[in-house]
Design a binder for this molecule. Structure first.
Ligand SMILES: Nc1ncnc2c1ncn2[C@@H]1O[C@H](COP(=O)(O)OP(=O)(O)OP(=O)(O)O)[C@@H](O)[C@H]1O
Length: 260
């Protein structure tokens, strides 16, 4: 479904990604890990059609740079690190922004009841239907994340891409978000790609991952086969002190840490 071959891209003279290749099938989820500045957000921007690139990014066999933004928006929804709303929209209207790609004449048509019902369905799915008439500027960071997830769902995308989605979320909300995203991919039609800094979250919720270092992939595959050496190379730092055993669920890791 998504196939990257020898992808290189960056900003002006700053080449960030250098020959990145991987495949992702429908129903798979992929976590992108790596230290600050290694190119994770740049990878997301390239996949979502925001950067020029050399090499190839194929989405359902079509080269991403040749797909019109409106079409791309029906396939990919992005929750960026800086998802922001600068106007005083209600939650309902904010989520409706995700529907406009599906309207025949875009913003000049008042959405009919089908679209309004779909927005309500998305709000209910993420558990914030009761907030629908509130102004977005009055929400907490965590509530706002849920609004952006609802807006992403309203696009009816095939892929949701998240850049550090656990920002602003308490531990319960993080678990709820990743459980929801896991369930969302279970129909084998949807795919999640997420940038994460929390390795425990990554190992617990994602089957596959890539580790980026200076714009190159140094590990790809099942995160259960990740070694401490891989992490040491990625972060130039001994994460062993903080991660007791990558194969243990979070609960056990925390229990062990408590005993130390
Ligand atoms: N718009 C831009 N113009 C020029 N350079 C940029 C731009 N955006 C990012 N960069 C540079 O590209 C490199 C990769 O940035 P990127 O945002 O992809 O890193 P990242 O892995 O997502 O980092 P972080 O974990 O800190 O979010 C960095 O050196 C950054 O300074």
């Amino acid at each position: 479904m998504l196939k990257l071959e020898d992808l290189s891209c960056g900003y002006d003279t700053n080449l960030v990604l250098k020959g990145v290749s991987f495949n992702l099938n429908q129903g798979e989820n992929l976590c992108v890990l790596g230290s600050n500045g290694c190119g994770k957000t740049t990878l997301i921007k390239a996949i979502s059609g925001l950067l020029n690139y050399s090499g190839s990014i194929k989405l359902f066999d079509k080269e991403v740079k040749n797909i019109k933004p409106q079409e791309l928006g029906k396939s990919i929804a992005v929750l960026s690190q800086n998802s922001n709303i600068y106007f005083s929209y209600t939650i309902f209207d904010t989520v409706m922004l995700g529907r406009y790609l599906h309207l025949p004449n875009s913003i000049f048509v008042k959405p009919d009841k089908t679209h309004a019902d779909y927005v309500l369905h998305c709000l209910e799915t993420v558990g914030i239907a009761d907030l629908k008439d509130r102004e977005i500027s009055t929400l907490s960071g965590g509530q706002m994340q849920k609004v952006f997830l609802a807006r992403a769902l309203a696009q009816e995308p095939k892929i949701i891409i998240l850049d550090e989605p656990s920002n602003h979320l308490d531990i319960k909300s993080q678990m709820e978000l990743f459980t929801f995203l896991n369930d969302w991919t279970k129909d084998k039609k949807h795919t999640v790609i997420s940038v994460l800094h929390d390795i425990s979250l990554a190992v617990n919720f994602f089957d596959n991952g890539i580790l980026l270092k200076d714009g190159k992939i140094i590990f790809k595959g099942n995160l259960k086969s990740l070694t401490m050496e891989d992490l040491l190379v990625t972060y130039d730092f001994d994460v062993l002190k903080y991660l007791i055993d990558l194969n243990k669920p979070l609960k056990e890791i925390y229990n062990v840490q408590k005993q130390i």
